[in-house]
Design a protein around this ligand. Structure first.
Ligand SMILES: [Zn+2]
Length: 109
């Protein structure tokens, strides 16, 4: 058995575990890629913020993402309107919106 054959049989068994109606594409692509095909959830945005530090006071930012309806904001999974997303630094009180933290509003096409 070649490694390619092994991978294919692994892939087939993965698909069997999936409930009917789910896309097989999502099962075979890695998780990082799958995340770019739909809007992120607030939790996923929070996970992106978690690794960031405040540029002013160097404190690690809270992962509590604040949000409100804003047409110029980010698409958030399960929100009908775009949301303006920001975190408040617990050190200096600066409001870091996610674009200042380098988190793009749209998934790369
Ligand atoms: Zn700060």
């Amino acid at each position: 058995m070649t490694s390619k054959e092994r991978e294919q049989s692994k892939r087939r068994s993965l698909q069997r575990l999936k409930p009917e109606g789910s896309k097989p594409d999502a099962a075979t692509s890695n998780k990082g890629c799958a995340a770019t095909t739909r809007a992120l959830t607030l939790k996923e945005y929070a996970a992106l913020v978690k690794r960031k530090k405040c540029r002013w006071c160097k404190r690690r930012l809270s992962s509590r993402v604040e949000h409100y309806d804003h047409a110029g904001g980010w698409e958030v999974h399960e929100y009908p309107q775009k949301q303006w997303l920001y975190v408040v630094c617990t050190g200096c009180g600066y409001q870091w919106n996610l674009s200042k933290l380098g988190i793009p509003r749209q998934a790369p096409q």
